[in-house]
Design a protein around this ligand. Structure first.
Ligand code: GDP
Length: 710
């Protein structure tokens, strides 16, 4: 079957926002206007179509990124008023849903990786919030062109100008309105389209009928001001347009083409005004998705490596190239079972094709392929370059895996995931569930690479690790709801690291020469502190073969194992460079095992001698509280070793930004609630690792000891 939608007419976009900015509501409206959803679902009714999982509905947050496909033709070209017309849109849009909670930034990153463009939603009362900032920088990292949507302009306290200013101050000066509000708060009526210089009103039950009129006289000056701002910025951003602008000769299409070029170059970020809840402004954003955000061919070829030779390979978004795709999401669908969402970068995948999983080196057959729509699944025969779909019932894949044509192997850049900052003991309520729990924990971990499982070597307990308290809470909840495994969990434990503060040398010998075959391993190493976040480096500086090359990997392995086990209190060692520079061997008695043990001995000694310290995860915290509670909340934060970075007004509320050790923050949500009579709220996410103050050094060691003996 040939392609129906050309690659140029495909958009892969994400909708990203701070929690509560209106992502779910906006997605709903988009799905409604594109004809895919019969009924507008309201978040508070718990009927929204992208939120599959029950606890998401309860919490009102979207945890799992699901991809849905819909169709659209620009509203200024054709107005579709019936459902039949709507689904015949000229362009195909795949919407990759991104999670809205800060504990799940890894999910946001992973979705950003496969997006070509994004809509970033802001609350028109709050402007830029903590997570909008984080997500914005993540989108910068993955070079995702984007549109901004200032939502909730109908709300009391909404301020378009101020929200725009906060974007300019905190995110980018390149954000420029292309639509502006007519009226505000209760009087918010519609928007002015600055490209067409028309007033647009949204009528009908769900705002589905666009009424395009002349701009009212009293708003002409206001519209001119913003239009000029848009044109000037565009002239600055795009040379082709600059010439036309100075000659004063350009039409609507030329403005759109210029915005498209500049938007893809990140020099111009179109800003839209609206209210998703009140059905105003959303269709124009869809027009913008088509007009301004890139199709897969507008972006540079994807980079990968040959799995055997390591040679760099580039693949174009083209059906004629060999097939390669990235598995970006594993999910369980209540009707068809396990789904693996993939983004095809090049070539075509047909049902029944044999494909290679580059990570495992194994091939498997692609069975059923589906495309997810808001309210149904469509079975498809093939998936083309630039497209997104899901494989049904595939067991072999993990999130982040590359799949490809076995004749043309390639490994795409892996998605980087942070290590857990918190661990917790978990056990099934009934012994019979032990095995089941193991299987489902593994499934959850395959799905979410920041969720980890390990067995405590000393106690034999199963531990689960993740990016925060809520993250683990949700996983435990999923075990119960989705897999019917009830568990008991321990108190959350901070994932400390150990490191050293001075460079030291150490020697390790493992020599046994009494009777039978002996053992002989001898190494001398230097261990140096590295900058925070550098992890581990191993340098082989052996000269003259004092240790033969074939034993070097055993030395490195011994060091890595000792690192993971920890030395001072059993926490993994990080941020060190280990240089192996001397040692000796024995012709007969030397073995990998002897060198491995010698390396462990040397490493442990080095850490003990190197003025060891602990590192702890520091979280970025944002707290919003009514002014009258500010003093109490700050006082409480100070007792938690918080560093307050900013306190500012946010409408009627006060906003506090701080950095605070995770160890001090367990149960904070409850404390904040009681401090503020339930009116304060907070967001927290991992920031970085930092040295633990000296006075806590022994406390950590003692706590660890007592844990072991529990
Ligand atoms: P998400 O957390 O970003 O997905 O945000 P939701 O779409 O769930 O919206 C959060 C809350 O804001 C819900 O109660 C919505 O009804 C409300 N909301 C969303 N958009 C608007 C809007 O345009 N105006 C107003 N007044 N409320 C809105």
């Amino acid at each position: 079957m040939p392609r129906i939608y050309s690659i140029e007419k495909t958009r892969n976009i994400g909708i990203i926002a701070h929690i509560d900015a209106g992502k779910t509501t906006t997605t709903e409206r988009i799905l409604y206007y594109t004809g895919m959803s019969h009924k507008i679902g309201e978040v508070h009714e718990g009927t929204t179509v992208t939120d599959w999982m029950p606890q998401e509905r309860e919490r009102g947050i979207t945890i799992t990124a699901a991809a849905v496909t819909c169709f659209w033709t620009q509203s200024y070209k054709k107005q579709a008023t019936t459902k039949e017309e709507r689904i015949k849109g000229e362009y195909k849009i795949n919407i990759i849903d991104t999670p809205g909670h800060v504990d799940f930034t890894a999910e946001v990153e992973r979705s950003l990786r496969v997006l070509d463009g994004a809509i970033v939603i802001f609350d028109g009362v709050q402007g830029v919030e903590a997570q909008s900032e984080t997500v914005w920088h993540q989108a910068d990292k993955y070079k995702v062109p984007r549109l901004c949507f200032i939502n909730k302009l109908d709300r009391l306290g909404a301020n378009f100008e101020k929200s725009l200013q906060s974007i300019h101050q905190r995110l980018t000066k390149n954000a420029v309105p292309v639509t502006i509000p007519i009226g505000i708060e209760e009087a918010f009526k519609g928007v002015i389209d600055l490209i067409r210089m028309k007033a647009v009103y949204f009528e009908g039950d769900k705002g589905e009928i666009l009424k395009v009129e002349e701009i009212p006289n009293e708003l002409k000056e206001y519209a001119e001001k913003y239009r000029n701002m848009m044109l000037e910025k565009l002239a600055e951003s795009d040379e082709i347009f600059m010439e036309k602008y100075f000659k004063g000769e350009f039409n609507e299409d030329e403005i759109r083409e210029a915005i498209r070029r500049a938007c893809i170059n990140y020099t111009f970020i179109p800003v839209y005004a609206g209210s998703a809840l009140k059905n105003k402004g959303v269709q124009l954003i869809l027009d913008g998705v088509i007009d301004f955000l890139p199709s897969p061919v507008d972006l540079p070829p994807v980079r990968g490596w040959h799995p055997d030779t390591g040679a760099e390979i580039y693949r174009k978004s083209d059906d004629n190239e060999p097939f390669c795709a990235l598995a970006f999401k594993l999910a369980v669908d209540p009707f068809v079972g396990s789904l693996t969402y993939i983004r095809v970068y090049s070539g075509v995948l047909k049902r029944g094709d044999t494909i290679l999983n580059t990570r495992t080196g194994e091939t498997f057959r692609a069975g059923r392929i589906v495309r997810m729509h808001a309210n149904h699944r469509e079975e498809i025969e093939e998936l083309f370059a630039g497209d997104i779909g899901a494989l049904v019932g595939v067991k072999e894949l993990k999130t982040g895996d590359t799949i490809c044509d076995p004749k043309h192997p390639i490994r795409l850049e892996a998605i980087q995931f942070a290590e857990p900052v918190i661990w917790m003991k978990i056990e099934p309520k009934t012994k019979q569930d032990q095995e089941k729990m193991g299987i489902y924990l593994k499934a959850l971990s395959d799905e979410d690479p920041t969720f980890k499982i390990k067995v405590d070597q000393e106690t034999g307990d199963t531990l689960i690790g993740g990016m925060g308290e809520l993250h683990l809470e949700i996983m435990v909840d999923r075990l119960k709801r989705e897999f019917k495994v009830e568990t008991n969990v321990g108190v959350p434990q901070v994932a400390y690291h150990e490191t050293i503060t001075k460079t030291v040398e150490a020697e390790g010998k493992y020599i046994r020469q009494s009777g039978g075959r002996g053992q002989y391993g001898h190494v001398v190493i230097r261990v140096e502190p590295l900058e925070r976040g550098k992890g581990f480096e191993f340098v082989n500086a052996i000269k003259g073969g004092v240790i033969p090359d074939n034993f070097i990997p055993a030395v490195e392995k011994g060091i890595k194992e000792a690192m993971e086990k920890g030395v001072i209190a059993g926490y993994p060692v990080r941020d060190v460079r280990v240089t192996l520079f001397d040692g000796s061997f024995h012709e007969v008695d030397s073995s990998d095992l002897a060198f491995k043990i010698a390396a462990e001995i040397a490493f442990k000694d080095a850490i003990k001698k190197g003025n060891p310290i602990f590192l702890e995860p520091i979280m970025k915290l944002e707290v919003i509280v009514p002014s009258e509670f500010l003093g109490d909340v700050i006082g409480d934060l100070s007792s938690r070793r918080a560093k307050i970075e900013l306190v500012e007004d946010q409408g009627e509320m006060k906003k506090i930004n701080a950095k605070v050790p995770l160890a001090e923050m367990f149960g904070y949500v409850t404390v904040l609630r009681s401090l503020t009579q339930g009116r304060g709220f907070s967001y927290m996410e991992f920031s970085h690792y930092q040295e633990v103050p000296q006075y806590l050094f022994d406390v950590i060691i003692n706590n660890r000891q007592s844990l072991k003996h529990k």
